[in-house]
Design a protein around this ligand. Structure first.
Ligand code: CMP
Length: 140
């Protein structure tokens, strides 16, 4: 089925100037960018986005990292978009990410891991709505 998923190009990848290379991976693999913007996350916005991880030991470092510089947020659309994007990203820890994946090629640590992607339909819907109004998403 055609799905939508939510994606973030994280501060490390924006700083490395590889936004376009990452967008290109999406486009070359059948995912359409149907919404996109660059934003700087406030502490509150980052904490809310990652609320499910609030009790994890890595939460403070995660929020600090995600607010350390601008990010690009996207909605990606395509056949099986949620799983396809997770395959393109590779494992959360870049040391475990398969060769040729975004994280293997651009990430440097488990925090500075270049991209975020929704892991399930429910999280995709919640994450898209957390960043985009319906009229910012362009059917195409
Ligand atoms: P992301 O997909 O954005 O979701 C939560 C983030 O927490 C994850 O990517 C990692 O960048 C970061 N993180 C840091 N440490 C861990 C860990 N031990 N397990 C999972 N995620 C971690």
């Amino acid at each position: 089925a055609i799905e939508r998923t939510f994606s973030i190009v994280k501060p490390d990848a924006v700083a490395k100037n590889v936004i376009g290379e990452i967008y290109s991976r999406f486009e070359k693999n059948g995912l359409k960018i149907v919404a996109s913007k660059m934003v700087r996350l406030s502490q509150e916005k980052a904490e809310g986005f990652y609320a499910e991880h609030k009790e994890r030991p890595f939460f403070p470092a995660l929020v600090e990292f995600m607010t350390s510089g601008p990010v690009c947020v996207q909605v990606l659309e395509g056949e099986g978009a949620i799983l396809k994007n997770r395959e393109l990203m590779g494992a959360t820890n870049p040391k475990e990410a398969a060769a040729g994946t975004i994280r293997a090629d651009f990430a440097s640590s488990i925090d500075a891991n270049a991209v975020h992607g929704s892991d399930a339909p429910e999280s995709a819907a919640r994450e898209i709505a957390y960043f985009f109004a319906e009229e910012e998403i362009c059917a195409r």
